[in-house]
Design a protein around this ligand. Structure first.
Ligand code: F6R
Length: 243
């Protein structure tokens, strides 16, 4: 696991975007695994800036997102479909049919999970997976206790996660209680993984990941120690408790 230390959230975005851009230039038809939440927002802004200024093209790129809330339509401003459209997709030249997220409105959620696994397989697997980290160590919505063998599945969201995400919703009650997420196994099958962390709220999780290094399902991000191509990019605040 390689750790790149950056000064702050802005620099985090620049560094992460530079790695993604380099990847897309080397492999124009790359499959990118994407995340939502606050952490990748500066990265997406940098990708957009570079696309506009330097013309990096995403015409042949395919994206697969980690997760989506159950019960929210793609038009719901709190859905991850909507987030991705606004934060990235509509500002670059990616074809909308090449962008994929789980369908949180599927009538048969189990069938939807299998469809998503098949989709990831059919596009040839994920070349570069971008991850944020939850304060409890979750990646995607794989909460503590999730088996490392899981593929795409339905999860009940941990109370801590719902509270952390309530800032995007009118009230805590409005935060969905469940989601569809790629599993740990899907994530570990990605060829390369980029984990981003910013701010003091992530300091304890980063210390557990980088100091303790214990591999345990009680701390989902620890599965990343099992992968041989992980780059962590974190700012000083997120690394403040790391030895
Ligand atoms: C989002 C996701 C989550 C977030 C994590 C951190 O698609 O998979 O695991 O990466 O909850 O969220 P932020 O970045 O908002 O702190």
């Amino acid at each position: 696991m390689k750790v790149i230390r950056v000064k702050d959230y802005q620099e985090l975005g620049k560094k992460a975007a530079a790695i993604i851009i380099e990847h897309v230039k080397a492999k124009p038809d790359a499959v990118l695994g994407l995340a939502t939440g606050s952490t990748p927002q500066t990265t997406y802004r940098e990708l957009i800036r570079d696309h506009k200024e330097n013309g990096t093209s995403y015409r042949q790129v395919t994206t697969v997102n980690l997760d989506e809330y159950i019960g929210l339509s793609p038009e719901d401003p709190n859905s991850y479909h909507y987030f991705m459209k606004k934060e990235l997709f509509e500002a670059i030249d990616i074809a909308s049919e090449n962008t994929h997220l789980p369908n949180g409105e599927a009538a048969d959620l189990e069938a939807e999970c299998r469809r998503y696994d098949d989709l990831i397989r059919s596009v040839g697997g994920i070349d570069l997976q971008l991850l944020g980290i939850g304060r409890n160590g979750h990646i995607g919505f794989n909460e503590p206790g999730t088996s490392f063998q899981t593929r795409t599945h339905v999860v009940e969201l941990a109370e801590d996660t719902r509270k952390a995400n309530a800032r995007f919703f009118p009230s805590l009650d409005a935060v969905p209680t469940s989601a569809i997420t790629m599993g740990i196994q899907n994530i570990l099958e990605s060829k390369r993984i980029l984990l981003l962390a910013s701010g003091p709220a992530k300091a304890e999780a980063m210390a557990r990941l980088l100091n303790q290094r214990e591999i345990t399902e009680a701390f989902p991000a620890s599965c990343l120690h099992l992968h041989d191509d992980v780059t962590v990019i974190a700012d000083e605040a997120a690394l403040s408790l790391v030895d």
